[in-house]
Design a protein around this ligand. Structure first.
Ligand code: GLC
Length: 544
């Protein structure tokens, strides 16, 4: 995010204080009324890369189903499946041609139902990825829309004439917006019908026109299709982009080089979110609406929670981009606590996903990845794990000549190694991307057999979290600590934990008042013993 954009986003007026969301805050939480998604830990699965069972080198839903026992053993509460819908895979599934079906590469609808039933039988919730901002250009809706200006679906997408020519230019895109994943104009000229269509991402991902009630209706129906099957909610892809000013005004020149998807912030989206929320609330149970909001100011992200009528949870990627430095993290956490806390919105925390280098790779060592795991799983809010981070996986090295993703994100999408030896539990075909480094040792079976592995650390952390009301739903208080150390207290009723994270590569004395014992240590040292007042280099501990 450029300084400019950051300055602009800070300039947006804050909304009036929202009333508390139901279930948020100590009182309601302690009465046991908190919705499941507040205390849950969500595990993201990128189906192409989780596990292949049919030998084509691409993971599938049956691979996910067979992996459920791993998730139960690990101790997560919910899984989020990245898209598995029919798709030409230009953006590996985020370009959908049918919202109500399963791509044959991943399996069948019956296979999905089996997976859902088996997950529920194990007490795991299932959240689907839903891509509302754009479809594939192969989606029948778009094929129809681009066929002629008179098509009944013409106005399902955003078509515009050229901007008035200047300086002899014959054809100018309607505005100065730039697309993500390639950086060209967010407009593609259609020869047949002589107009431009809008795409905030690839030209193969035309934007739906959410000002059209027929689009709203059709997209609501796609939610109902999966809600009827029993899914527990949705992760809504770049959902902050769906509301647009029909005038589609130019961005100020200083911002025009930044993809519009990383700065689009229009109040019309909130009204659309209310509609989506009403669809979910028409179903029993607590179906969750998690929005991907790619805005780089927490105050902006906060607005998408609405007044208890918008998103239940919104991703906030500022911390993901924070360097491994105590000061940077202290500031990000304080901002979240102040901004979201003030409006009673429940935070989310994420260190890795399919769009960014894994934090093990970004932070440069397993020691740091371990300490980061302690942080991620003890902050106040809902943590999201990305499959493979529990193995401490690094990104695969994918030479640029072999890169597949137009956004250069292949490295973090490498397949998950389940076993040592050729195939790593995937069968014999080579997988669609290379294995991550050291896959013989960083695989599920080898790490399960090693009680000192990072995998066991994640498991102990998840167990500690589940066993502690303070860690799940309790208050957060930042504590004074020596430079290099981040310290905070979580508390609910008579349950309390202290968390100490040493970001520095040296031992630091960090005494605490009172008698505390080490419940979890990032390196396993001292667990079950009383805390002795010193943190090892880049060591993190949970004290009880
Ligand atoms: C989201 C997805 C990303 C995708 C983009 C366009 O950011 O996480 O993978 O490329 O939206 O759908």
């Amino acid at each position: 995010m450029s300084e400019d954009a950051a300055r602009i986003s800070r300039g947006f007026a804050r909304r009036p204080r929202a009333r508390l969301l139901s279930g948020v805050g100590g009182d309601v939480a302690s009465s046991g009324a908190a919705p499941w998604w507040q205390s849950a830990v969500v595990y993201q699965i990128y189906p192409r890369s989780f596990r292949d069972t049919d030998g084509d080198g691409v993971g599938d839903l049956e691979g996910v189903r067979r992996g459920l026992d791993h998730l139960v053993w690990l101790g997560v509460d919910a899984l989020w499946l990245s898209p598995f819908y029919p798709s030409p895979m230009r953006d590996f599934g985020y370009d959908v041609t049918d919202y109500c079906a399963v791509d044959p590469r991943f399996g069948t609808l019956a296979g999905f139902d089996r997976l859902l039933a088996d997950a529920h039988a194990r007490g795991l919730r299932v959240v689907l990825d839903w891509v509302p901002n754009h479809t594939s250009d192969q989606h029948p809706w778009f094929v129809e829309s681009r066929a002629s200006r008179a098509s009944p679906r013409r106005d399902w997408y955003v078509w515009r004439d050229s901007a008035p020519g200047r300086g002899g230019a014959l054809r100018r895109p309607p505005n100065n917006w730039r697309a993500a994943l390639g950086g060209g104009p967010a407009w593609t000229w259609d020869e047949t019908t002589g107009q431009w269509y809008l795409h905030l991402f690839l030209a193969a991902q035309p934007d739906l026109d959410w000002t059209n009630p027929a689009v709203v209706q059709a997209m609501h129906d796609t939610l109902r299709f999966w809600l009827d099957r029993g899914v527990d909610g949705f992760r809504m892809d770049v959902v902050h982009c769906i509301g647009k000013d029909p005038a589609l005004p130019d961005l100020p020149p200083g911002l025009a080089s930044i993809p519009v998807a990383a700065q689009h912030d229009d109040p019309r989206t909130l009204a659309l979110l209310r509609g989506l929320r009403a669809v979910l609330e028409g179903y029993p149970g607590e179906r969750v609406m998690i929005g991907e909001v790619v805005l780089f100011s927490t105050a902006q992200v906060a607005r998408y929670y609405g007044h208890g009528d918008g998103l239940h949870l919104a991703f906030n990627f500022l911390p993901l981009y924070a360097p491994w430095e105590e000061g940077a993290w202290r500031a990000r956490i304080a901002e979240v606590e102040a901004t979201l806390g003030a409006q009673g919105a429940w935070p989310t925390w994420v260190l890795s996903n399919h769009d960014n280098a894994r934090h093990r790779t970004r932070y440069g060592s397993e020691m740091r990845a371990r300490a980061a795991a302690v942080l991620l799983l003890t902050l106040r809010g809902t943590p999201f794990l990305y499959a493979g981070e529990e193995l401490g996986l690094e990104d695969a090295q994918v030479p640029s000549t072999h890169g597949l993703d137009p956004g250069g994100r292949d490295g973090s999408r490498a397949p998950i190694p389940w076993e040592s030896g050729p195939g790593h539990g995937w069968g014999h075909a080579s997988p669609w991307l290379p294995w991550p480094p050291d896959a013989d040792n960083r695989c599920i079976t080898a790490m399960r057999a090693d009680a000192g592995s990072i995998l066991h650390l994640y498991r102990r952390l998840l167990r500690a979290r589940r066993g502690s009301p303070a860690l799940g739903l309790g208050s957060f208080t930042a504590l004074a600590a020596p430079p290099g150390v981040l310290a905070f207290r979580r508390e609910l009723a008579d349950d309390a934990r202290l968390v100490l994270i040493n970001f520095a590569a040296r031992e630091i004395a960090c005494p605490v008042t009172g008698a505390w014992s080490v419940e979890v240590a990032s390196d396993g040292r001292g667990e079950g013993h009383s805390y002795r007042g010193t943190l090892g280099a880049e060591q993190a501990v949970v004290l009880r």
